[in-house]
Design a protein around this ligand. Structure first.
Ligand code: SRM
Ligand code: SF4
Length: 589
């Protein structure tokens, strides 16, 4: 990334970004990860050596941490962990690989390659994530290079899908919902290309390409040797859809338009979901809207905002290293002032905008340009064949027609988009043949259609409870309650995670469950329907019986006492069932 400002107001001269802070602190006082990054030869480590180690199928601890910057996590099958320990076998190591897919846009050719690699190396499946990209699980270490090469061949990579860098950039997804979609997506791509790390270690390790020159200062003009203090997340929202959950991003851009033309963005900073149980110094936080920028100010704004976090973020305590804590420690005014100092101009006042939902618009819709788009509900993002529901096969057949674009949604679903009307019958027939319904509500409650669960067991090393494998069954039980109370068609958001890290952005759902231990969850209620308000914990560390009892009572009261058009989350707050945590950031008012 460039460090020079590209636009300066006459009043405030542009300044060079001060990159000295991260390197003047004595390394030995910083978190071990800072030393690791510093000495890693720009993320190369000794990963290449580990890939051919014949004694184990694992990689060493440091390389495991560095591989995250290459989009790869070492995991082990937790279902088999105890059994293998008893048999004195090493854990069944396997790797998760996450691709980078700005705005979730995927060509049919790319989909076919992802499908092929998932079948061959990923246990005949792959996973769509809450940040509009794809993951393979169960990869053998020896297959990693082949998978990387396969992705490269179709123009994909896994750069910075994980690690202390700017992650895959999200963007409002549905092309049929807004004329702005294309314009905003172009900006999201520019942002993604701009913030990506540059290190040649990626090409060297995975493709055997020798770097043109030894890696040195020029390698990472923005990041330097220590990269960011922690992950950094960027997203673009297109009102009225808040599908990307703008208030959960470290840096968000809300598209502002006039007569169908993109004028610029409101800038939102400091969102984040993760917390740790029994550590009150960690907390989810909603982003703050700090002002408005014009389109051509986007790149300097990325540099300025990320520069503040790079230079002031906590490099000692990793659990306190996200941008949200930097903002709360330094104060929003200080951070905004420093962003403006780096920009060389003051941000304009934020413009008005209004969100109505953070869910997906399911089923077929027709865009202004006549193209058709079908959003398919993919329960918790798993692309797999299950009995009659041959989702993986069906989508492969759709891709083979070459007549659509695939768009991954922030709610782990997929849009078969940009279909010419003449091609729609073929696609509908393929989907029907594979048991893939396109009528969203068929046999499913509105609650299920607004649900998300993180991966959790058996692959996630941090999971304390089930999530993806459990939420569908729990919803079936809640559906019985909804039916009793006449609420089956009421859209209510529900999100579950297997630990408090918040990968399904649970703390802004109307109902949320975060795992504490096998079968035990914290229950939260009262988030905002369009992602504008945090929810509140109403029960701690409880099992299914308590969860269902609380929901039965609360849903019953909602059915009986709600005001016209009142959302479940809003009712929960008004009725005092969960106290309001944070003032709503609803710019509708
Ligand atoms: Fe996440 C760590 C999965 C979105 C907050 N997340 C993990 C790891 C890599 C576990 C680990 O560190 O060993 C999980 C891998 C599980 C597996 O087996 O695949 C994991 N996170 C996911 C995904 C796949 C969940 C999903 O079901 O879709 C999402 C991948 C998104 C992507 O494509 O990049 C995913 N994670 C999120 C989100 C949502 C978002 O970004 O919009 C969050 C909350 C937002 C935020 O960051 O504040 C999130 N993940 C975390 C955290 C807590 C970070 C924090 O600073 O608070 C961790 C743990 C950590 O980083 O130490 C984590
Ligand atoms: Fe794993 Fe926790 Fe993220 Fe779920 S929320 S994927 S359990 S880290």
């Amino acid at each position: 990334m460039a460090t020079k400002m590209t636009k300066a107001s006459p009043a405030a001269p542009a300044v060079e970004i001060d990159r000295s802070r991260d390197i003047t602190q004595p390394l030995e006082k910083l978190a071990p990860e800072e030393r690791l990054k510093f000495h890693s030869d720009y993320l190369a480590g000794t990963i290449a050596d580990d890939l051919v180690d014949e004694i184990t199928l694992a990689v060493d601890e440091n390389n495991n941490k560095l591989m995250k910057f290459h989009g790869i996590y070492q995991q082990d099958d937790r279902d088999l962990r105890d059994e293998r320990r008893q048999q004195k076998l090493e854990p069944l190591y396997a790797f998760m690989l996450r691709g980078r897919m700005p705005g979730g846009v995927c060509t049919p050719e790319q989909w076919l390659k992802i499908d092929e690699l998932g079948r061959e190396h990923g246990n005949e499946q792959f996973r769509l994530t809450t940040r509009q990209t794809f993951q393979f699980h169960y990869l053998n270490r020896n297959a990693l290079r082949e998978v990387m090469v396969g992705l490269r061949d179709v123009g994909l990579d896994s750069k910075a899908a994980c690690g202390d860098v700017a992650r895959t950039v999200m963007s409002g997804v549905h092309p049929g919902l807004s004329k702005l979609h294309k314009q905003v997506y172009e900006q999201a791509r520019i942002a993604s290309d701009h913030v990506i790390h540059r290190t040649s270690a990626y090409e060297e390790i995975w493709f055997g390409e020798k770097p043109a020159q030894p890696r040195g200062e020029q390698e990472e003009p923005f990041y330097g040797k220590q990269y960011m203090p922690r992950k950094f997340k960027i997203g673009f929202a297109i009102p009225p859809s808040n599908d990307i959950d703008i208030y959960s991003q470290d840096l968000g851009f809300v598209a502002i338009a006039s007569r169908g033309r993109l004028k610029g963005f409101n800038v939102v900073i400091g969102g984040g979901m993760g917390r740790t149980d029994r550590a009150p110094e960690t907390y989810p936080r909603l982003g703050d809207v700090i002002g408005f920028i014009e389109v051509d100010q986007l790149v300097p704004t990325l540099d300025a905002v990320m520069g503040v976090q790079r230079d002031y973020g906590d490099r000692v305590t990793r659990s306190h290293a996200r941008f949200k804590y930097t903002i709360d420690d330094k104060g929003l005014d200080f951070v905004k002032g420093d962003i403006e100092r780096r920009l060389g101009f003051a941000l304009a006042p934020a413009k008005r905008f209004a969100f109505t939902s953070n869910g997906d618009q399911l089923g077929w819709t027709t865009g202004d340009d006549g193209l058709e788009h079908c959003t398919l509900f993919v329960e918790n993002g798993r692309i797999i064949n299950r009995g009659e529901h041959r989702l993986m096969d069906g989508l492969r057949e759709v891709a083979r027609t070459g007549t659509c674009v695939f768009r991954l949604t922030p709610n782990q679903s997929v849009i078969v988009s940009d279909v010419a009307p003449a091609d729609r019958p073929t696609i509908e027939a393929i989907l029907a043949e594979h048991g893939i319904g396109t009528a969203p509500a068929k046999g499913r409650s509105a609650l299920r259609l607004n649900s998300m669960a993180c991966v959790a067991m058996p692959t996630c090393g941090l999971a304390m409870a089930e999530s993806e494998r459990y939420l569908p069954d729990l919803i079936t039980r809640i559906e019985a309650l909804l039916e009793t109370h006449g609420l089956s068609e009421e859209p209510i958001t529900i999100r579950m995670t297997g630990c408090p890290n918040g990968c399904a952005r649970p703390y802004i759902a109307e109902i949320a469950l975060t795992g504490r231990a096998p079968g035990k969850y914290n229950l939260y209620l009262g988030g905002g329907f369009h992602g504008q308000r945090l929810n509140k914990m109403v029960r701690e560390n409880v099992g299914e019986d308590v969860i269902l009892a609380v929901l039965d009572e609360t849903l019953g009261r909602y059915a009986a006492e709600r005001e016209p058009d009142e959302r479940f989350g809003d009712f929960v707050i008004r009725a005092g069932i969960a106290p309001e945590v944070t003032a709503g950031r609803n710019f509708n008012d």
